[in-house]
Ligand binder design. Structure first.
Ligand SMILES: C[S@@+](CC[C@H](N)C(=O)[O-])C[C@H]1O[C@@H](n2cnc3c(N)ncnc32)[C@H](O)[C@@H]1O
Length: 285
């Protein structure tokens, strides 16, 4: 695939592998800290509140990264969380953090693809996915997978980048994909994708300020580390990253890019849940 004037866009599997590899890099931990999404733990708490999570519910965190969201939910909401991510190192870091926090009985981490979730049908009361749905090349399949693993009446909660118009071509290439912006959609598009999977949107909130705050934080940290040059930054082209953050800031200021929180619900009966694909059993792994 290619885009006019943009980078060559790799095939879907390469996009996913590239994204998973990028988020395992120590530089990401250095620049983003505990949460790899705009709004950080504050927005994760808001998502948990919007989903009305209750103790002992089973929650799936799709694209759990190094486990920040899953551990917060297990600790503060006493839910039983499974995290799934395509990055083996991220999964290992999540498991190690759970053990260190004494939460390994309540938070488990698995290697897996959002477009092929390794869980049985109707396993979870709620599914969350923060700043990752936008990166999935096949969003319809990922949404169908979320619907499949939810029990009837189960809730889904996303926080994600929104894009409502054309982006600068430098944001529309591979680096923009990994930075979660190149294939981000509008809130209406996400609503349609979820609806086609049988998930009825129940809430949409704008949190564009969270994206600006994350850009501010990354730029501030980059300005320090480009002087100090810690080992974690080896191989990172700081000026290129700063160029991307400046472009992203302009997109937010122009109203083209933003961040949102969205919740949706699976119908209690097949009649209430749109036209979901027939459920399938999880692949044995
Ligand atoms: C921006 S990070 C967000 C991580 C986490 N949700 C958080 O908010 O801290 C995106 C994550 O999506 C994961 N990812 C990307 N594509 C994936 C896929 N197809 N299946 C599972 N995880 C995926 C990456 O490995 C990365 O950990």
């Amino acid at each position: 695939m290619s885009r006019p004037g943009g980078d060559e866009i790799p095939v879907p599997d390469a996009i996913k592998a590239c994204c998973a590899a990028a988020y395992q890099h120590d530089a990401v931990a250095l620049l983003l800290g505990e949460s790899y999404h705009p709004g950080g733990t504050r927005l994760t708490r808001r998502l948990a509140e919007a989903l009305a999570l209750t103790p002992r519910e089973r929650v799936l965190d799709v694209a759990s990264g190094t486990g920040g969201t899953a551990l917060l939910l297990a600790r503060d909401h006493a839910v039983q969380v499974d995290g799934v991510d395509l990055g083996a190192e991220s999964v290992a870091k999540g498991a190690a953090a759970a053990a260190a926090a004494g939460l390994d009985g309540r938070a488990r981490f698995h290697l897996g693809d959002a477009e092929r979730l390794p869980f049985e049908d109707a396993t979870f009361d709620a599914v969350v996915c923060e700043c990752a749905f936008c990166t999935f090349p096949d969003k319809a399949t990922a949404a169908a997978e979320i619907a499949r693993v939810l029990r009837p009446g189960g809730r889904a909660g996303l926080t994600d980048i929104t894009v409502t118009g054309p982006l600068d071509e430098r944001l529309a290439g591979v680096a923009g994909w990994v930075a979660c912006i190149a294939d981000a959609r509008s809130a209406d598009d996400y609503t349609r994708i979820l609806a086609d999977a049988g998930l009825r949107t129940t809430r949409v909130e704008r949190h564009d300020d969270a994206l600006t705050a994350m850009i501010d934080m990354i730029e501030a940290r980059l300005r320090v580390v480009r002087i100090v040059r810690p080992a974690a930054l080896a191989g990172v082209r700081v000026e290129t990253v700063l160029e991307m953050t400046a472009l992203a800031r302009t997109a937010v200021e122009q109203g083209t890019a933003g961040y949102m929180l969205m919740t949706a619900q699976k119908g209690e009966t097949p009649d209430q849940s749109g036209s979901p694909r027939p459920g399938r059993r999880a692949d044995p792994r």
